[in-house]
Design a protein around this ligand. Structure first.
Ligand code: FES
Length: 142
């Protein structure tokens, strides 16, 4: 503002920065409660469960295994990391083939991995998936 003493402008600027820092601290503590994944995808093949747990045309989140699986057609499966590409939180639910991140609200198409709502812009990485003995197996050697 014209005519405003420099000292006052400095104080206001400092207050604004403190406010931003405060927001950061709140976001971090929320994220730590929700838990960041240590690695974005399984590092070895993991059994997810029976294939019929994933509805044809739908998706299922395997939060413990950090994977989301979709089934575009009977017998076809696609898997993606369930770790949000924004800041690493695990997705917490999937509805209508859209996975949501509890930390800052990003949403991902669980049939393609694409980010459909930010702040995330990077797609979820694909994870190999196969069916063995009626069970879904996901991971690097699947
Ligand atoms: S970690 Fe920020 S939206 Fe998912």
């Amino acid at each position: 503002m014209p005519g405003q003493p420099a000292a006052r402008r400095t104080v206001l600027k400092g207050a604004a920065l403190a406010g931003i820092a405060g927001l950061g601290a709140v976001a971090c503590s929320t994220e730590s409660k929700l838990g960041h994944a240590q690695t974005p995808t399984p590092t070895a093949p993991v059994e997810l469960g029976a294939v019929d747990e994933v509805p044809v045309g739908g998706s299922k989140l395997y939060r413990e295994q950090r994977v989301v699986v979709s089934c575009p057609a009977a017998g076809q499966y696609k898997a993606f990391s369930a770790q949000c590409t924004h800041a690493g939180c695990l997705l917490d639910k999937v509805e209508k083939n859209e996975g949501s991140c509890p930390c800052h609200g990003s949403r991902f198409d669980t049939t393609t991995g694409e980010a459909v709502r930010g702040p995330a812009t990077v797609p979820l990485p694909a994870v190999p998936v196969k069916v063995e003995g009626g069970k879904l197996i996901a991971g690097p050697d699947a």
